[in-house]
Each structure stands twice: as C-alpha cells, then as structure tokens.
Write a protein that binds this ligand. Structure first.
Ligand SMILES: Nc1nc2c(ncn2[C@@H]2O[C@H](COP(=O)(O)OP(=O)(O)OP(=O)(O)O)[C@@H](O)[C@H]2O)c(=O)[nH]1
Ligand SMILES: [Mg+2]
Length: 438
C-alpha cells in the first residue's frame, strides 16, 4: 500500500446502535447496513465510499461496537486492532477518530463507560487531539435536557472530561449530511496520528492481549471471572448443603440452584474463551485475520484510487471546458471587434456619401446658375446683334465636323434640358471663338 498524503482516514467508533453507520452513510453517501432491531448490525470493520471534502479525499472506517450482541469484546478488539495494524503497516495513519454517543441515553452506565475506556486505551493520549466525541439523537430529547446532559458529560471526571482536557473535541450532530460533513471538516488540516494500539502491535510487536487496551480488557475479564467463581463456589456450597439433607421439599430449590450454577458456568466459559481469544491465536487464525485486514485495507486503497481517477478525469474535462470557453470568448471578442469596425466604416462611408451628395448638389446648382447666366447673356447678345450679312458660308473646320457628328447639323433650340443647354453653350462658345463667327 502506498502513502497517500492527500487523503484523510477517519475511524468511527462507539457503542452498538449509537448511529455510527448512519453517520458514515450521511457523510459519504455510502450504503452501509443500518440496524433497526435490537441486534447489533455492523459485525465487521467496513470502509465507506470515499468522499471529497475541502478538496481532500476522505475515507471513513465503520466499526462494530464493543458491546456487540453477537461478538465478545475480545473479538471486537481483535477485529479493530487487526485492521488498524494493517493500515498502519501499509503506511497510513488516522487523521481523525470519532466516538459517537447518543445524547438520548438516560445514563452513562458501566457498559458505556467501559466502551469509552477501551476506546481511550486504543487511541492513547497522544491521539486525543484527533478525537471528536460526537453526540447525536438530539431530536429524541428536548434542548434543555440534551444541553444539561452534554454539560454533565463534559464536566464529569467519570465521563468525557479527562479526554477533553487532553485535546479531544466535543461536537453535536443533528442527523443531516451537512452536520456529518462539518464534523469531518474538523479533521481537515490535522496531522495524522498513530494510535496507541497501532504503535504497540506494529512497532513494538506486541500481541493484542499485551496492548494497553488488551490488558484493560483482560483485567476486566479477570474481575468478572473471579466474581463468577465466587458465585459458583457459593452456589456449589448451597447445593451440597441441600443435597446432604436429602430432603424432598428442597427439590425445587435444588433445581433452581442447578440452573443458576449452569448459567454461571456458562458465563465463566465465555470469559475464559475471551481470554483465550485475546491471548492465543493459532498461526492459521493469525494468517487468516491478517489476510482479511490486508484485503480490507487494499479495498480502501482501491476505492480511494478509483475516486482519485474520477477526480482527475473531472479535472481534465473541466480544463477542456475552460479552454473551449476561452476559445469561444476569443471568437466572440473578435466578432464584436469586427462588428465595431464595420459600424465605424459604415458610419464613415455614410458621412462621405453625404459630403459627396452635398458637393454634387452644390456643383449642380453652381453649374445651373452658370448655365442660366450664359444662356441669358447669349440671348441678350443674339437680340442685340443685327442679322448677319449674307456671306459665303465659312469654310468648315474639323470642329464643325465633330460638332455636327455629335450634335447634328440642325440648329439648337435656345433653351431646353440641362444637357441640351450645355451642348448649346458649348456650341455657342466654339462658334464665337472661331474667327469670323462672333
Ligand atoms: N433519531 C435518530 N436516530 C438515529 C440517529 N443515528 C442513527 N439513528 C438510528 O439508530 C439506529 C442504529 O443506527 P446504526 O447506524 O445502525 O448504528 P450503529 O452504531 O452503526 O450500530 P451497530 O452497527 O450495531 O454498531 C438506526 O435505527 C438509525 O436509524 C440520529 O442521529 N437520530
Ligand atoms: Mg453499524
């Protein structure tokens, strides 16, 4: 397994039915099995689907409660220890450890306290700064009652106060995905920490029974054993007394005692089995447990890898989309520039056109005025001039030929359309400029 610096690993622990799997499902969108009956639900360590929070990959680890209804505390401790050791051996440390506690619990009795004591032994004091005690099921109590219980849990030496004083945090969870994520965000930025049980099992090569959590559990088992042995001795004594009397009237009592004796024997056997679970493990059992823990750790890595690959793919797609957006923006900008240029050219052309029109109009008026003036002068001149003496026709020059070819030989009217006037004037001008024609 490779060190993955970018991803966070957070374990979720607590009593059975505390709401561990529900919390993980809310945070990660996983589909871990949630229990609705009285029996414990999560029987093994499980890993969630990875989620991304504040740009970091997060994987949550679900665990069974120590007070599991099917498995003994020793078995649960073993399961959790095996998994934590396998992940640590693979180079992974936990960034956070969540301990879920129901605020709706009326009491924090012996079992709950033992659960938390084992949890603390498993973590060790150094990892407490990475621990969050998360209270849930706030909807099942009034705000006042919940707040009062919370205060007591925080302030009592018997409950969470010692852990809080050593760096653990206390947080509320309101059974929503947002609140679950907020709890996990608490660990983004915290340095991962080695748990006590990881250091003991992996670095110090201790058996689970030799770890502080294991020893705590063993001491507890010893206490239970000696209590039950005393009970057993008392029952045996009572029974032999009754049997010695050989009194038929005590038959019922004897039967009751026999049943109680058997119960206590059964309990004793169970505790002995637990001790056996903690202390001894065949090579085959150890190999199988190690293999299982490694498989789970590998599964976790695989999930993280596939999510990372998905994130990379998404990043690439986003980069492509960004590029396309950029290219589109460039094209739009160019089109806009061209449109602005076109409008400016159109504007300039319109202005030039208007100026030309005005100039043409001015020239036309000026020309018309000149034409009118010339016509007037020519008319005057014609009226004043005596009829020309009959004289031999002037010899025809090349101009007369051109004029006749363009205007024709017929005499021009004095006034007519614009071009005829022009032609007339031109004709007059040429005829008057030629010698002998003035
Ligand atoms: N009201 C309420 N119910 C919750 C909350 N969290 C969990 N539950 C319920 O509590 C029950 C147990 O929840 P789980 O998530 O299975 O608890 P667990 O800690 O995983 O239990 P084990 O797997 O047996 O150790 C289920 O019925 C959940 O619906 C909560 O915040 N509020
Ligand atoms: Mg569960």
């Amino acid at each position: 397994m490779s060190e993955s610096n970018d991803s966070l690993l957070v374990a979720v622990m607590g009593a059975t039915g505390a709401g561990k799997s529900t919390f993980i499902n809310l945070a990660s969108g996983s589909d871990l099995k949630v229990g609705y009956g009285l029996e414990s639900c999560t029987a093994d360590v499980e890993v969630s689907s990875s989620l991304v929070l504040d740009g970091r990959l997060v994987t949550l680890i679900d665990t069974p409660g120590f007070d599991d209804t099917q498995k003994s505390e020793a078995e649960i401790l073993r399961l959790i220890a095996d998994f934590l050791a396998a992940t640590y051996e693979g180079g992974r440390k936990l960034n956070g450890i969540i301990f879920v506690h129901r605020i709706s619990d009326y009491r924090m009795g012996g079992v709950a306290r033992k659960n938390f004591r084992l949890f603390r032994k498993l973590c060790g004091d150094d990892a407490l700064k990475n621990v969050a005690i998360v209270t849930n099921m706030w909807g099942d109590v009034t705000e006042d009652v919940g707040a009062q219980r919370e205060k007591e849990l925080c302030e009592s030496e018997l409950f969470f106060k010692p852990a809080l004083e050593k760096g653990a945090a206390m947080m509320r969870h309101d059974n929503t995905a947002e609140s679950a994520k907020r709890v996990i965000e608490h660990f983004v930025g915290t340095a991962p920490e080695v748990l006590s049980i990881q250091r003991e099992v992996v670095d110090e090569r201790k058996s689970v029974a030799e770890t502080s959590a294991g020893m705590d559990l063993q001491a507890d088992l010893e206490r239970q054993l000696s209590k039950h042995k005393q009970e057993l001795d008392g029952l045996r004594e009572e029974m032999s007394e009754l049997l010695s009397k050989k009194d038929k009237s005590h038959q019922e009592e004897i039967e009751e005692l026999t049943t109680a004796l058997n119960d206590v024997k059964l309990q004793l056997e169970k505790y002995e089995q637990q001790q056996e679970t903690l202390q001894h493990r065949s090579q085959a059992e150890k190999a199988a447990a190690d293999e299982k823990a490694r498989r789970l750790a590998a599964e976790m890595e695989e999930r993280e890898r596939s999510l990372e690959a998905l994130r990379e793919h998404t990043r690439q797609q986003e980069a492509k989309i960004d590029n396309l957006h950029g290219a589109l923006a460039d094209i739009e900008h160019k089109a806009w520039e061209q449109e602005v240029q076109k409008q400016a050219i159109d504007e300039r052309l319109r202005a030039q056109e208007a100026a030309h029109q005005a100039e043409l109009e001015r020239m036309r008026r000026e020309f018309e005025a000149k034409v009118a003036e010339t016509v007037r002068r020519v008319n005057e001149k014609a009226e004043r001039a005596p009829p020309p003496p009959s004289s031999p026709a002037a010899p025809r020059g090349p101009w007369d030929v051109i004029r006749e070819m363009t205007i024709g030989p017929q005499p021009l009217p004095r006034r007519g359309g614009f071009f005829r006037d022009v032609a007339f004037i031109v004709d007059q001008l040429f005829s008057s400029s030629r010698p002998g024609r003035a």
